[in-house]
Each structure stands twice: as C-alpha cells, then as structure tokens.
Design a binder for this molecule. Structure first.
Ligand SMILES: Cc1cc2nc3c(=O)[nH]c(=O)nc-3n(C[C@H](O)[C@H](O)[C@H](O)COP(=O)(O)OP(=O)(O)OC[C@H]3O[C@@H](n4cnc5c(N)ncnc54)[C@H](O)[C@@H]3O)c2cc1C
Length: 585
C-alpha cells in the first residue's frame, strides 16, 4: 500500500486542507519559477508526485527494515563518536538518493526549497513505517533550518550541502542530569576566548543523534543572570580539524523503545563553540526550533497511530472468532470505528495546523533575515502566529497521548498475538513513549496551553468573558447555516460556558471591586489552583480545535460531514466528563 496515493484521506487533505493560495506565493513569488513551474497547480502536482514516491519508499523499504532496526539498534558508540548500524546506514543512503534531506532547504544552499507541508507529511509517512527512522531523519532537516536561520553565510554554505547529501546531521542539546523540563537550571558553562569563540564545559544527556556532527547547545556564560535569561545558544561542531574530537559522545542509552534512534550522552571539555545570535537569547532561539519540533512530533505521533492501526485493522479483518471476522463483532466494530475516527480527525487537525505554521514560519524567517515585512505580510504573519501558538501545545499533547492510547488498543485488537514480538504493534507501543516525553512532556504542553488562555483572559478580562477565543479566519467565509458549523457553535458555547465557570472558580478575585482588575486575576495561589486542571483543559481545547477543523472541512465538502458527526459522537461524552471533573474538583 502506498502511504500517499492509496490512502483515502491524504490526497483529499493535500488538495483541500492546505492554504496553497497563501503559501505558494510565499515560496514562489512569480511564474514561471526558476525550475520551470508555470503555475500553482503544477507545483501542487509536483508535491503529489513527490509524496507518492516517498509514500512508496516508506511503505516498502523503510517498513521492511523497521523490525531489524529495532532489534539491531541505531549503532554503537566508539572512541567518542557514534557509528550507525548497517540498517541505519542503509536508511540514510536511501534518503540521500531520494534527496529528501533537502526538501525544505532553500535552493541557494542546495535544497529543493519546498514549503513545509510536504516535509511534515514525509515525517508522518516515515513514522508510519518506523518511528526510529523518522526521528533520525528529523535531525537532518531541522538542523538545516537552524543553520539557515541563525548562522552566517560561510557556515550555511559549508554545512547545509553536507546535510542535504546525508553526510552531516546534528542535535539539540538542552537536557542535563539535573535539568529537564526546567531549562533555567542549565549548568553547562561557556567561557569566552580571545578570538571571539567560547569554550564549553559540561555534559548533556538523552541527546538524540548526539554524534551527527554538530550540535546547537544551550549553555550559560560566566556571570550571566540566573534562570532562562542567562542562557545562550552555541553551535558546536564535533570535527574542527586536528586529531582530537571537539566533543565526545560517551554513551548510547538502552531504551524501552525507539531502539533504532541514538539517545546519547555528550561531554564537552573545553569544546570550541560559536555563539549563535545574541547572548542571553538562547532559550528564545531554541523555542523556535522546539515549536517546529513539537508540530513535527505531532506528525510523527500521527504516523505511529496510522502504522499501528494499519496492522490492527488488517488483522481484525482476517481473524475469525465466534464464526465471524473480528470486524463483525459488535463491540469490536464500535471500537475500531472509534479508533479510525480519532485517527482521521487528528490527521485533519495536524494538516490544518501545519498550513498555518508554514505561513508563519516562512514570513518569520523573512522578517528575521530582512528585518521587515509589508503590511499584507505582517497581517498574514500575525494571524498565522495566533493559530500556531495556540495549536502547537495542543497538537503535541493530543497526537502523542492518542498514539500511546491507540497503540495499546491496537495490541488488544490482536489479542495474545499483539503481545508477541512477531507482530509489530508492540513495537509501535514501545516507541510511542518517546514522543510523549521529548520536546516537552505532555504536562509541559498542557501548562503552555493553560498559560495561553490565562494570558488572554488576564490581558482584558471584560473582553475575554464576552468572547473567549479568536475567530478562525476561514470562518469568515463559512456560512453559519451549515449543519456542522451550527453544531460546532453549540458545542463551543457549552465549552466556553464551562471554561468561564472554571476560571471564575479558580481565579476570581476575592474582592468584587477587583473583578475588572487584570492583576487581581493572576494571584499566584489562584493560578496554582488552575494549574491542577491544565491537562483536562488541554484535552478539551484539543477536541474543540479538532471539531472546528472538521466543521470547516464539512462546509467545504459534504462528504466530510460523516467524519465530523462521528468525531462529535466520540468527544461529546469526553467533554461532558471534563466539565463534571471541573465542577467536582
Ligand atoms: C527518547 C528521548 C529523546 C530525547 N531527546 C532529547 C534531545 O535530543 N535533546 C534534549 O535536550 N533532550 C532530549 N530528551 C530529554 C527530554 O527532553 C526530557 O526527558 C524531558 O524534557 C523531560 O525532562 P526530565 O526527563 O528531566 O523529566 P522532569 O523534568 O524531571 O519531569 C519528570 C515528570 O514531572 C513532570 N513535570 C515537570 N515539570 C512539571 C510541572 N511544572 N507541572 C507538572 N508536571 C511537571 C513531567 O511532565 C514528568 O512527568 C529526550 C528524551 C527521550 C526520552
């Protein structure tokens, strides 16, 4: 099965759920393009062709290698470097031949210069076949983006072509033994040298692909302020000439899953590094990478959901019990229908989010390179940012939690066989815990989502209580008469009412005179009380955003109404449970 062209959903989403009218002019300002594309449709056709090729590659070679990569592992650590296993090396070779490492990389530094959407879809295709391959792959493309965004011309021209060729990759180095979620505790030090460089000292743990060749490292310059404000970002390359390695990889962790991905310890001992951007802005820069990475991890989790359900559905069709295929047993039928509904709904949410993110990312890069955007671009940038900021923690939280849950359910569909290594669903489940943890755990995502709501409420409580959430831009073109939109509005009204009740319960100032005083709403003890509801709020927000996207899709195309209705039936009871939880606890 080709993961793109044989899939019912992907071609529809590519044609209808990505805002090509806005995205393509950002990447191709005039026609014909330098590559000879005459118009928008030719570019979309090219992207479809490419995704059909990657869909064929991932559903055959990458999938067929996944079990062996899981067994044999990513490779070994020897003399301070990582050496990929034959399986991982074969994957790199194929990816380089297909030129997929350079998909989103601008053409002037050797890439294909495509929008972000195709890259994100390739990530989900890879994860559908093999989570480890997907993870290793992401540390090529994301590194190219970071180098292009933050490094000088010389560094870009030197490093990015190597990334596109598959001979160099990198890592993001944040976590230390004493510091994970709370990055303000980073201890790795950076000491300036006379030639404008820095010497790094310290150790990083759990670093994916630590031996790729370069790392973006968060460290603290001597006498920098405490906490996040004192953290700077450095580019540190492993080979800088001479016999000695600039930093050493000392360990590859033995993990529960994702065996085909390197998770390493990296030690810096007077390692020469270059400051990226300005001192003290390291966390801000890393947040940029993390925003993209969080959406990418959501796509990865979606791929994992697709992959394990591919197996579960096939098995349920073939396996007979009580004289019928499992798919015909009433309880199993309901369960399988719920699983596929949630998978399809999450896919729609992800693609809509990627579409906003693509616009934001392109214009944000332009802004940071040229220092300005025109009026129209500024409007598009700001609008896309609202949706990107709001959705990022939701998609990371929702897709990853659903992946762990649905891969566990997939094991149950296979009964005892699901527990056996002979079938791949147990691998999907083991692998699902990685995405739950990296790029900020689920709890951290939930707190980010909560912060967004509180920030909005505290800015202008009066306005907040009259209209809780921003209006989706596409909704302007949507007639409120459509069934799905009316239905969505009803559900949203109830959600708003319950959210306001929750906020009032936790944050309401004691004195009635303070009711419109923003400061009084954010007293620390009140916020701590509200924090206990962060995960349930994040879940409810995720369901609401998914419903919003499905309602818009149904408006566009009547054939999508069935998915909207099925998803509504799936999540309305969940929302009711959350409201009950808010009223009792
Ligand atoms: C497979 C894998 C790959 C990784 N790759 C990288 C990498 O490439 N680079 C890198 O720098 N790091 C990487 N990490 C590390 C990862 O980012 C951290 O494990 C993660 O940020 C959590 O940090 P921690 O493990 O120290 O847990 P802690 O921060 O100690 O958290 C422990 C628990 O407390 C919860 N918690 C923390 N703070 C709060 C709060 N305020 N409220 C409620 N609950 C809270 C967490 O959700 C978690 O459940 C990787 C981890 C894994 C598993």
């Amino acid at each position: 099965m080709n993961y793109f062209s044989d899939d019912k959903e992907w071609p529809w989403l590519l044609d209808n759920a990505i805002d090509w009218d806005r995205i393509i002019p950002l990447y191709y300002p005039k026609f014909p393009t330098e590559d000879g594309f005459q118009n928008k449709d030719e570019i979309i056709d090219f992207i479809k062709e490419l995704l059909t090729q990657t869909g064929a590659w991932t559903s055959t070679a990458v999938l067929e290698r996944a079990a062996a990569l899981d067994k044999i592992g990513a490779g070994k650590v020897e003399n301070g470097i990582t050496i990929p296993s034959d399986e991982l090396a074969a994957f790199y070779k194929e990816a380089a031949e297909l030129q997929v490492f350079g998909l989103p990389v601008p053409q002037d530094v050797g890439g294909l210069g495509l929008p972000l959407g195709p890259l994100m879809i390739v990530l989900s295709q890879l994860a559908r076949a093999c989570m480890s391959s997907c993870t290793q792959f992401a540390f090529f493309t994301s590194m190219a983006d970071m180098v292009h965004r933050y490094c000088d011309d010389e560094t870009q021209q030197r490093i990015i072509p190597q990334i596109c060729a598959g001979t160099m990759s990198g890592s993001m180095c944040l976590t230390e033994p004493g510091c994970g979620s709370d990055l303000g505790m980073i201890k790795t030090s950076a000491t300036p040298t006379d030639d404008g460089k820095y010497l790094l000292n310290g150790a990083k743990i759990f670093i994916t692909n630590g031996g790729g060749g370069l790392g973006f490292v968060l460290a603290r310059i001597k006498d920098a302020p405490e906490g996040l404000a004192g953290i700077s970002m450095f580019l540190c390359e492993q080979n800088i000439g001479g016999d000695k390695l600039n930093y050493r990889v000392t360990k590859n962790e033995e993990k529960m899953g994702m065996h085909g991905s390197f998770t390493t310890e990296v030690v810096y001992e007077n390692s020469t590094a270059t400051l990226v951007g300005e001192q003290g802005k390291g966390f801000k820069y890393m947040l940029h990478l993390m925003n993209e990475a969080r959406i990418a991890v959501g796509m990865q989790a979606l791929g994992g959901i697709e992959g394990c359900l591919d197996y579960a559905l096939k098995y349920a069709t073939e396996r007979e019990q009580f004289g019928r295929p499992l798919t015909e047993l009433p309880l199993m039928k309901r369960n399988l229908s719920d699983f596929t509904t949630e998978r399809d709904a999450i896919r729609a949410l992800m693609v809509d989010t990627v579409s906003h993110f693509d616009i934001y990312q392109n214009l944000d890069k332009k802004k940071s390179h040229t220092g300005e955007l025109n009026k129209k671009e500024t409007k598009m940038h700001d609008e896309a940012w609202i949706w990107t900021r709001k959705r990022t923690p939701l998609v990371k939280y929702y897709a990853c939690e659903a992946y762990t849950h649905l891969s566990q359910r997939a094991i149950q569909v296979l009964g005892g066989y699901g527990y056996m290594e002979e079938y791949p669903v147990e691998r999907y489940h083991r692998d699902s815990f990685g995405p739950l943890l990296y790029e900020g755990t689920s709890q951290i995502q939930a707190l980010m989502a909560l912060k967004d709501v509180v920030k909005y409420a505290a800015k202008d409580p009066k306005k907040f209580f009259s209209s809780v959430f921003a209006k989706h831009p596409t909704a302007n073109f949507v007639s409120a008469d459509h069934f799905s939109v009316k239905e969505f509005n009803k559900i949203q009204y109830k959600f708003k009412k319950n959210t306001i009740k929750l906020l009032m319960k936790c944050l309401r100032p004691e004195s009635i005179g303070d009711i419109f005083n923003p400061k009084a709403w954010t007293a620390e003890s009140n916020i701590e009380e509200l924090m206990t509801h962060a995960e349930t709020l994040c879940q409810a927000l995720s369901y609401m955003e998914t419903l919003r996207v499905l309602a818009i899709h149904s408006e566009q195309d009547e054939s999508r109404l069935d998915l909207f209705k099925r998803y509504e039936i799936l999540v309305r009871p969940r929302l009711e449970m959350i409201y009950t939880d808010w009223s009792i606890r």
